[in-house]
Design a protein around this ligand. Structure first.
Ligand code: PAP
Length: 330
């Protein structure tokens, strides 16, 4: 595996570099150990890069950070943001370097996770990345993280760098996660019992969990600072794709002048199209994670096929408790 991240990833301060052995540990799906750091659960290899990111990353005002917990529409948001930032019809685009939306479709050359790397998991990248996130002399960055708001670097929080967060109905997220981990952790085996997966999800003991705390942190920040953090719901992106993508583009300072460009971006980033691209049907941009595993059904309400009324009620109960007091509904 070529690892492009280590060469430039700074070493975290020793103070920050708490030994994993001191952190609470749990077994995820009877398959792997996860550790609790800063109140959230992580796969162990991601903690050092997360610490390095928090203590070292210098955001520039024109950097953009996409954020999400797992299985909430990250791949879609990455593809859309990539196209938005290449929108040459935008009046804010640098016309000395007119690129690239119409001329070259980057999505056909690599999976969206290559073009917009997830900062803490670039250690798993199977290809040298195009960007060095710690090089402040490079052009502005379009990056992604699954990390919770609380552990973002101060330079991200307090610069003009914008954050776009995508969230999704908890029950669909849970089912999407169940399919994904069945594929990558249990290939060729029976699915992990759904009842137990619901237990993990409700207890928040899963990668980047608790889901509920993750979502609510970003939601609150987006209410406090709407110019800084945009909160996007997967369901709204599905039901009003044009309106939502136009809003994201405006938020990122790249409004579409021409409506046909929005249609073009939506087509380029549609699940059906991305799923069918050769580059997504084979290969693994992240070690041991097939590119194809990022694309499944993309349906709102798919959970109804799987969850029993008791499971549904368990998740609803936590949603009511965690989200509704803050005006967040799915
Ligand atoms: P990640 O957290 O591992 O990056 P993420 O992309 O957030 O995964 O979530 C995958 C989900 O988004 C899948 O949902 P499903 O399991 O319910 O089907 C996947 O199908 C969906 N998805 C991926 N790409 C798109 C897209 N272009 N449009 C709509 N949904 C998409």
């Amino acid at each position: 595996m070529k690892n492009s991240f280590n060469s430039s990833t700074p070493t975290p301060n020793n103070d920050d570099d708490k030994s994993l052995n001191e952190l609470p540990k749990a077994r995820f799906w009877e398959a792997m150990d996860i550790f609790q750091w800063e109140g959230y659960w992580f796969e162990p290899n991601l903690i050092k890069p997360a610490i390095a990111f928090r203590s070292t990353f210098q955001a520039r005002d024109d950097d953009i950070l996409l954020a999400s917990t797992m299985k909430t529409g990250t791949t879609w948001l990455k593809a859309l943001s990539l196209c938005i930032m290449q929108n040459k019809s935008s009046p804010h685009q640098n016309h000395e370097n007119p690129n690239k939306l119409h001329d070259h479709d980057f999505l056909t050359t690599e999976n969206p996770h290559f073009h917009v790397p997830t900062i803490e998991s670039t250690i798993y990248s199977t290809k040298a990345l195009m960007v060095d996130i710690y090089d402040t002399s490079s052009p502005s960055h379009l990056l992604h993280t699954h990390l919770p708001y609380a552990v973002l670097p101060n330079s991200v929080k307090y610069s003009a760098c914008k954050i776009v967060y995508i969230a999704r109905n908890p029950k669909d997220t849970l089912i999407s996660m169940w399919h994904f981990f069945n594929k990558v952790l249990r290939p060729g085996q029976d699915p992990f019992p759904l009842e137990k997966a619901v237990d993990c999800f409700c207890a928040g003991v899963h990668q980047y969990g608790s889901f509920f705390n993750h979502v609510i942190e970003y939601w609150k920040e987006s209410r406090k600072r709407p110019h800084k953090v945009m909160f996007v719901k997967y369901e709204e992106l599905k039901s009003d794709s044009k309106g939502q993508v136009s809003k994201i583009a405006k938020f990122l300072g790249r409004p579409f002048e021409d409506e046909s460009d929005v249609d073009e971006v939506l087509w380029r980033c549609s699940l059906e199209r991305l799923k069918g691209l050769e580059v997504n049907k084979s290969g693994s941009i992240l070690l041991n994670v097939p590119n194809s595993s990022f694309f499944r059904k993309g349906e709102v309400g798919d959970w109804k096929t799987y969850l029993t009324p008791e499971m549904e009620e368990r998740v609803n109960e936590i949603s009511r408790h965690k989200f509704e007091p803050f005006g967040l509904f799915f």
